[in-house]
Design a protein around this ligand. Structure first.
Ligand SMILES: Nc1ncnc2c1ncn2[C@@H]1O[C@H](COP(=O)(O)OP(=O)(O)OP(=O)(O)O)[C@@H](O)[C@H]1O
Length: 253
């Protein structure tokens, strides 16, 4: 299977604190990788370093074989990587559709220059992007709220809007930060099915505290503790790993 993302011995320091220490992992195409670990283990930092928000002190990050050195969050969509944030990060003054279009923006050919060069083509591009955003909303069952402001919608629907914004760019890899938090049980189950279905189109890396859900949905799991990888493997391997039980899952009753 194709290795999309390869992280080798990445260390991230914030002043004196080591948030990640010699972390290595790989994300293969078509898989759902779960990243778990106690609070402060370094999970969000891992996403931030992949996204270019923070730079590693050392180590390498390769995307489809090419080393990422100076990548920035705003170049991610062009690389084929999308991300949802722990908070939803939706723009409250913009409609659902416009929020989703923000995710498609980096792909648009209708920037100021394109507009100067050809208004007709720019208008066509914009119409195509709007169609694509509407299709993405429809895929998630929320096309009906495209004109609403996010603040008027239930939390579970807003989370789907945030997912639509990440998916509209048709990424090769999707990074999801706590996608199940704040959702009702039926929504969590539905999200699991959606992510499993997505894995046919793109790789998914998911940081999530809901361990039962992670064990069900993910094909592989990486466990972080104090910035270090303490276990990697299939859910059943990780569940039975003594270091994981000691550090995180607790001794079963
Ligand atoms: N920008 C920053 N500046 C300083 N310290 C930071 C920064 N970001 C994270 N940290 C620290 O790095 C460590 C790892 O934090 P991180 O948020 O990655 O953990 P996490 O596993 O995502 O935690 P949680 O499950 O609570 O979200 C923590 O000790 C945190 O306080």
């Amino acid at each position: 299977m194709t290795e999309l993302l390869t992280i080798e011995k990445v260390t991230v320091r914030f002043d004196g604190l080591v948030a990640l220490r010699d972390v290595s992992l790989a994300v293969e195409d078509g898989t759902v990788l779960g990243v778990i670990g106690p609070n402060g283990a370094g999970k969000t930092t891992l996403f931030n370093v992949v996204s270019g928000f923070v730079r590693p002190a050392h180590g390498t990050i390769r995307w489809r074989g090419e080393e990422l050195r100076d990548h920035r969050p705003d170049s991610l969509a062009r690389l084929g990587i999308s991300r949802t944030l722990q908070g939803l990060g939706l723009f409250p003054g913009m409609s659902v559709l416009d929020n989703v279009l923000v995710g498609a923006g980096p792909l648009a050919r209708c920037g100021p220059l394109a507009t100067l060069l050809g208004l007709r083509r720019a208008a066509r591009d914009e119409a195509a992007l709007r169609d694509r955003a509407m299709t993405t909303l429809a895929d998630l069952g929320i096309a009906g709220v495209h004109a609403a402001l996010p603040g008027s919608l239930p939390y579970g629907i807003r989370k789907r809007v945030a997912l639509a914004r990440a998916l509209v760019a048709e990424p090769r890899m999707l990074l999801l930060d706590e996608p199940a938090s704040g959702l009702a049980a039926d929504e969590i189950a539905e999200l699991g099915e959606r992510i499993t279905a997505l894995a046919g189109k793109c790789a998914v890396v998911v940081v999530e505290h809901n361990i039962d859900w992670v064990m069900r949905v993910c094909s592989r799991i990486v466990v972080l503790d104090f910035g270090e990888v303490i276990a990697t493997g299939e859910p059943s391997d990780v569940q039975n790993d003594q270091r994981v039980i000691d550090a995180y899952l607790g001794v079963p009753a």
